[in-house]
Design a protein around this ligand. Sequence first.
Ligand code: ATP
Ligand code: MG
Length: 437
Amino acid sequence: MVEVNKPMRAEKLSAVKGMNDVLAPESAAWEWLEAKVRGLMARYAYRNIRTPIVEPTALFVRGLGEVTDIVEKEMYSFEDRLNGEALTLRPECTAGVVRAVVEHAMLYDGGKRLYYMGPMFRHERPQRGRYRQFHQIGAEVLGFAGAEVDAELILLADALWRELGLTGIRLELNSLGQPSERLAHRAALIAYLQCHAAALDADAQRRLHSNPLRILDSKNPAMTEIIDGAPRLLDYLGDASLAHFNALRAILDANEVAYSINPRLVRGMDYYNLTVFEFVTDRLGSQGTICGGGRYDYLIEQIGGKPAPAVGWALGVERVLELVREEGGAPVLLVPDMYAVIQDASAMPFAMKTIQMLRSAGLSVLMHAGSAEGMGSMKNQFKKADASGARFALVFGLDEVAQEAVTVKPMREGGGAQATHTLLNLLTWAQTLQSNA
Ligand code: ATP
Ligand code: MG
């Protein structure tokens, strides 16, 4: 006879290339990092903002600049199938934050300090430290023009590295000046690059007139010599730009934050002016930039808002966590306090009432779950209790349950003697356990 109703096992599906699942125990390191960030942001009085993952494509084209790596080749863009609207999975979050700030007139009562965490999407070649869905944590300060907020943001990132126990992170700093200063530098730069036209790679050839500054950001080793000899933007800065840069440096110096000035540092987006910076490490191979940011005083009006200054940074969560692993990993333990061994399904109502009480009191309890056939043998359940790493097994045998009691069996050294408790005693015992923790 042919069975007609049995479903066929379907073909396996995999995650999209360059997009990763984060599984335990690794996910616990993510939670640890996120908790550290939340604590730190609260101490600096930065407030959380959550913007959509999908934004109008125009936001990024206008915000990031048409001749940028991201807009030219890295965006996941698509048409809304109902109304044809051009949409894009956010490749970064600054543009979205600025859109939200403008849309909700958030600066009407003064500047704002904001932070976000979440996934970003870029169609890049996946490799170590470079993914197609990756995660950023970012901080943005909008509405303040002074170098002190640039400094505050850098001090905040620096404090985060210390809080995470990271060492060997270098800060590179530069100033891109103002648009008029860049224009003068641009003319000199184009003239210089034209003199070396034969040595330019295809990317540089293409950008020579559209975005020559970005040529300085080239990662092609063959271009290093030419770039090193190029006119430096820093030499074209006017007094006000230099004063801003020096004010930032004075605050960093007073706080003993070391940095080096990198005149070639230009950053990937067009929206930056004055301060730009990156935190880099030599320990992650060629994907050594863990955090980048700078001032973007013209982005708000570019996105249709009333002109207002702003500055921010974003860090790459995957890269930061890889560094955390290099330093020995996040101090996270995924071990429950107790494993509940339950002899028979008929004990479940009492067992779960007891377990809920313990969980309310702050203890972590992993409950044995049975199969369609029942709870399984006690021997098997104790094996699982042992494998869970729990310090105690809570035994809900039929004898115990009949007396509304539970036996606590220590599973590790130093857990004391085995004892049977009534509910009231159990709670008292659990509380002493916690105060000793
Ligand atoms: P890169 O030069 O490495 O491509 P970027 O200049 O494009 O970096 P930003 O747009 O400034 O990077 O993003 C800030 C941070 O986000 C980077 O310093 C990096 O840590 C992280 N990041 C950027 N792109 C990726 C990616 N594809 N995968 C993982 N992390 C990334
Ligand atoms: Mg990039």
